[in-house]
Design a protein around this ligand. Structure first.
Ligand code: HEC
Ligand code: HEC
Ligand code: HEC
Ligand code: HEC
Ligand code: HEC
Ligand code: HEC
Ligand code: HEC
Ligand code: HEC
Ligand code: HEC
Ligand code: HEC
Length: 401
């Protein structure tokens, strides 16, 4: 058969194409084309295009499916530098076999911004943009690149054959006890154990694998969500008496908006009360960066002696209080609770009959005279934490012309 004949009308009408096609298909079935077949399939994350991970934790799970055992040894994943050079090799975390198929698990460490990984043998590149967030509650997951594992199905069938109802053997948990609650959710644990096994300070319901206390897999919902749009509603379900946080006259910003989890990880975290930083000061400075400089005495700066040890929460309630700035007590009462020599004093400091309260503060509109009229409670460039230099009368002249 020559080429001309092949393309002739006759040939197409003869029924032969169907025959040749069948032969070709059968041949392909027995000798799969080595060039195009992948040695592996990426089952998670589904990544046809670069994806955006908005998360608190700086890693992502990668699961590859491998059918040919020989390919298993050739698998390798490298994280690349911005310039595309090899930076590090990612170790296999778990390699499990099911029905002649291997599921190879990795945890890819991420840095803020774009991360590039190269998967061998075929040098496929995986691009993941990572945006660290304090909370995922306010994230916009509708933007197309945004990655949500539980977007379509809660737990894909491919995974659920292994990640089912059983707790891993080395979980060291009292299953009999935990099972008594209908919120017991071992399946979640088998994929998310890092969430609760890593942190030093664990939150009761998470440590007990009662994930469904707070997460639900409601019908019609496309992903695992918390019970309502607001986090604090979930928290108050159990911490009933903490509802009072919101009833105080002065509520701290994030508490007012119901975002308990910007400070407390609901699963557990490095610091007491499941905080992501030490709750005395580091946590506060994380958001109130302008106060960072007040933490330590140094040349040319007087820090308030109490800050380094007692921290911000020596004076401020992290949640709320009846007093402005969430102070435990009204300003003068607060200061004199430590500086007891001035307790109950309304006149007589710093000079003569100088008033300490009950007069309007000429320097600050709408405020009453108080200790902070002359002292900065956090620290100052001037001695005695004053608002100006005492030498030369700079303090006094702020109010007295
Ligand atoms: C062949 C069985 C099997 C299949 C299929 C499987 N896994 Fe796993 N996976 C395991 C085993 C075993 C572990 C280790 C469990 C442990 O240590 O708690 C694990 C651990 C994990 C972990 C936790 C890793 C860590 O940080 O400790 C994640 C996440 C995970 N799998 C995701 C998936 C996803 C997603 C799928 C589906 C695409 C999947 N797995 C399919 C067996 C499997
Ligand atoms: C088969 C493994 C697997 C199981 C089982 C599983 N998850 Fe996940 N989950 C993942 C992976 C993978 C991610 C994406 C983040 C990552 O790569 O670590 C994720 C992400 C999440 C997120 C972040 C939002 C999202 O959809 O990406 C939440 C919330 C979540 N899981 C809750 C749960 C809860 C609650 C359960 C139990 C009902 C559960 N997961 C069971 C694998 C699993
Ligand atoms: C006390 C309530 C509560 C319990 C119990 C709980 N979660 Fe969560 N979980 C939340 C809230 C609230 C968020 C959203 C946090 C945020 O980003 O502000 C969340 C987020 C997550 C995420 C997203 C990753 C992250 O850290 O942002 C995963 C995964 C997750 N939960 C899995 C689990 C698993 C698995 C369990 C059980 C072992 C569990 N959760 C138990 C309340 C809870
Ligand atoms: C299902 C019930 C439940 C829910 C929902 C819940 N908690 Fe808890 N929480 C507990 C239990 C139980 C403890 C342990 C109590 C103890 O031992 O003092 C605890 C302890 C805590 C502690 C430490 C308290 C201490 O004195 O050591 C903090 C902080 C906390 N929870 C914050 C939260 C936040 C924030 C939320 C909402 C995201 C939340 N909890 C939701 C049950 C719950
Ligand atoms: C700005 C950060 C921040 C936010 C937001 C926040 N907390 Fe706290 N929370 C803290 C700090 C810091 C402590 C530790 C206080 C201490 O050491 O005395 C704490 C302690 C706690 C405790 C244990 C001590 C106690 O007072 O019983 C509970 C329970 C708690 N928080 C619940 C909540 C709940 C519920 C919300 C949301 C309504 C919330 N927190 C929001 C920072 C925060
Ligand atoms: C997650 C970010 C965040 C953290 C952490 C945080 N704050 Fe705040 N804070 C805010 C926001 C938002 C406001 C309200 C906006 C504003 O007035 O600046 C606020 C307001 C305040 C105010 C009142 C400011 C004013 O002018 O009325 C004080 C005082 C305060 N925070 C102290 C603290 C202390 C103390 C801590 C540590 C226990 C802390 N904050 C931790 C976000 C945070
Ligand atoms: C000795 C008590 C004390 C300590 C410790 C303290 N504060 Fe204050 N803070 C005050 C007082 C009093 C005010 C009100 C000042 C005024 O009257 O204007 C205040 C005001 C604030 C304000 C609102 C006004 C402003 O200056 O921005 C913020 C925010 C704040 N503090 C954050 C912090 C942080 C963060 C820390 C820890 C680094 C901290 N405070 C430590 C007593 C304290
Ligand atoms: C929780 C206790 C505590 C509270 C509340 C407190 N202080 Fe202090 N203050 C201290 C400590 C501790 C020192 C360092 C003592 C020292 O160096 O002799 C200090 C030092 C000072 C100094 C410097 C003293 C010196 O001799 O240099 C001044 C001024 C001062 N505080 C004013 C205030 C004012 C104003 C307030 C209220 C906004 C206040 N303090 C609230 C504990 C406190
Ligand atoms: C009108 C301005 C002014 C007011 C208001 C004021 N102070 Fe002072 N304070 C000063 C000056 C000026 C000094 C410098 C040393 C001196 O002259 O005693 C001083 C010094 C101090 C000192 C360090 C010296 C000592 O006596 O131990 C402390 C502590 C102090 N004040 C606490 C307070 C407290 C607490 C309040 C509120 C009850 C307060 N001050 C209100 C101006 C003021
Ligand atoms: C924050 C503003 C402020 C600063 C700073 C201040 N004062 Fe005053 N001073 C007042 C107010 C307000 C009054 C009361 C005026 C009235 O009664 O109307 C007052 C009253 C006085 C009086 C009269 C009190 C009496 O005996 O009746 C004297 C004297 C005085 N101040 C001296 C000083 C000296 C000295 C300094 C510096 C160390 C100083 N003041 C710093 C606000 C201030």
């Amino acid at each position: 058969m020559n080429t001309a004949r092949f393309f002739s009308q006759n040939f197409w009408r003869s029924g032969k194409p169907a025959f040749y096609l069948t032969v070709l298909l059968i041949t392909m079935l027995f000798f799969p084309c080595q060039q195009t077949a992948r040695a592996y399939t990426i089952v998670c994350p589904k990544a046809d295009k670069p994806l955006l991970l908005q998360a608190r934790k700086n890693n992502i799970s990668l699961v590859l499916k491998v059918i040919d055992k020989n390919e298993l040894s050739e698998l390798r994943i490298e994280r690349l530098t911005r310039q595309g050079e090899k930076e590090l090799i990612i170790d296999v975390l778990e390699s499990q076999k099911l029905n002649k198929t291997w599921y190879v698990h990795y945890t890819l460490p991420l840095k803020k911004g774009t991360n590039r990984f190269r998967i061998f043998p075929d040098e496929r590149e995986l691009k993941i943009r990572y945006k660290p967030v304090r909370t995922i509650m306010n994230m916009d997951f509708e933007i197309p690149a945004a990655y949500l594992f539980h977007r379509k199905e809660v737990i894909p069938a491919q995974c659920s054959s292994c990640h089912s109802k059983k707790l891993p053997k080395d979980a060291n948990l009292d299953v009999k006890q935990l099972e008594k609650s209908s919120d017991y959710s071992p399946a979640c644990f088998s994929c998310h154990r890092q969430l609760i096994s890593q942190p030093q300070w664990r939150h009761g319901p998470s440590a007990n694998v009662h994930c469904l206390n707070c997460h639900q897999q409601k019908k019609g919902k496309t992903r695992i969500s918390i019970l309502t749009g607001r986090v604090d509603d979930v928290c108050f379900e159990c911490h009933v008496n903490k509802r009072k946080f919101k009833e105080s006259a002065h509520v701290h910003g994030p508490v007012g908006t119901g975002d308990c989890t910007v400070c407390h990880d609901p699963h557990g975290d490095k610091y007491e009360f499941q905080l992501w930083a030490d709750g005395h000061s580091a946590l506060c400075i994380g958001c109130h960066a302008d106060k960072k400089d007040t933490l330590r005495q140094r040349v040319g700066f007087y820090s308030h002696g109490i800050i380094e040890g007692g921290g911000c929460i020596a004076c401020h309630d992290p949640h709320s209080s009846p007093n402005r700035f969430q102070l435990y007590k009204p300003i003068n009462a607060l200061c004199t609770s430590c500086h007891t020599s001035l307790q109950g004093v309304t006149v007589g400091h710093p000079v003569g009959n100088h008033p300490l309260s009950g007069k309007t503060d000429p320097r600050r509109k709408g405020r009453e005279l108080s200790c902070t009229s002359c002292h900065n409670p956090h620290g100052s460039r001037f001695r005695y934490l004053l608002i100006g230099d005492l030498l030369g009368g700079h303090v006094c002249s702020k109010c007295h012309h």
